[in-house]
Design a protein around this ligand. Structure first.
Ligand code: AMP
Length: 290
């Protein structure tokens, strides 16, 4: 595995692979790798001849990137330990902030996906998905991969990426990888380390709440407001501060209506537990609905 920081060197490497007729996969990450990230790398190996893993903590997707001790500044950076986990990759690409945003964050061209960027997590984290779409578009142009892999844990992010790739005609196949969970069901996330020991014991209640909402839908409950308010009660009783719990159409995250019975649905949630903002989602198999 080779570590590359410069875009020019990365391009030379990718061009030589292409000249040899090899397919290239990209796994974009912000580092602090856990087993969930490594599943993406494994899936990448099955879908291409060469695998590039990018590690870049993207300031544009944090609202507090200018400092002041916020989430961006405190985001865990563990580059050497991450590289040690990436023996299966061909290249770890880790550009500097200046190389990615040479004009400064405020002056950069941005990618915005209307209708998806500003709902759910986008409502609580204004500008977040513009930052995500912009960095992923830049990485696609730097790496020029044939395929790119993203986790279904960040379901809204996956949809934002699928949409801009289609809308802007990027010749990249997007592959979603199922959420990797701890033994008790908690979705693995770099932010889980913000949980105290006591909070960690309760954290899987987020997934249990989604499972119970899934069961209610399968049992015939059709009123999203009922499902939402039961979920809020369950989460608040366990010490969470829920932002949203929503039943949405899986295809576009629009609000599910009665007439959407034939659509695949997803229950999607975000909730704070202590200092950690946790997100998760669960799909409703069509055949599960009567
Ligand atoms: P991040 O480093 O948090 O930006 O995540 C990089 C990629 O890993 C994203 O595509 C995430 O959706 C994915 N990812 C993070 N956690 C998990 C998980 N528990 N299971 C599957 N994919 C994940």
């Amino acid at each position: 595995m080779k570590i590359i920081h410069s875009v020019a060197e990365l391009r030379r490497q990718v061009m030589s692979w292409r000249a040899a007729g090899e397919r290239v996969a990209l796994v974009p990450t912000m580092g602090n790798l856990h087993v969930g990230h490594l599943q993406l790398v494994e899936a990448a190996c099955c879908n291409a001849d060469r695998v590039v893993v990018s590690i870049f903590v993207n300031p544009m997707q944090f609202s507090d990137a200018s400092g002041n001790g916020g989430d961006f500044e405190h985001y865990p950076r563990t580059f050497d330990a991450d590289c040690a986990k990436l023996a299966a990759a061909d290249v770890v690409f880790s550009p500097t902030v200046d190389a990615v945003y040479p004009n400064g964050l405020d002056a950069e061209t941005r990618v915005e996906v209307p209708g998806i960027s500003d709902i759910l997590c986008g409502e609580y984290r204004p500008g977040h998905f513009v930052g995500v779409a912009t960095i992923v578009a830049k990485l696609f142009n730097m790496v020029q991969p044939d395929v790119a892999l993203f986790g279904e844990k960040d379901f809204q992010q996956l949809l934002v990426i699928r949409r801009f790739v289609a809308d802007l005609c990027f010749p990249v196949k997007i592959i979603g990888v199922p959420t990797h969970r701890e033994a008790d069901g908690l979705a693995m996330s770099s932010r889980n380390q913000y949980l105290s020991r006591d909070e960690r014991r309760h954290a899987s209640i987020l997934y249990q709440t989604l499972q119970s909402a899934q069961q209610q839908l399968i049992a015939g409950e059709r009123d999203p407001a009922v499902i939402r308010s039961r979920a809020f009660v369950q989460l608040e009783a366990a010490g969470f501060r829920p932002e949203y719990v929503e039943v949405r159409r899986k295809q576009d995250l629009r609000i599910a209506k009665e007439s959407d019975a034939a659509e695949e649905l997803v229950i999607i949630a975000a909730a704070w537990l202590g200092r950690a903002r946790l997100i998760d989602n669960i799909s409703i198999p069509l055949r599960g609905i009567d």
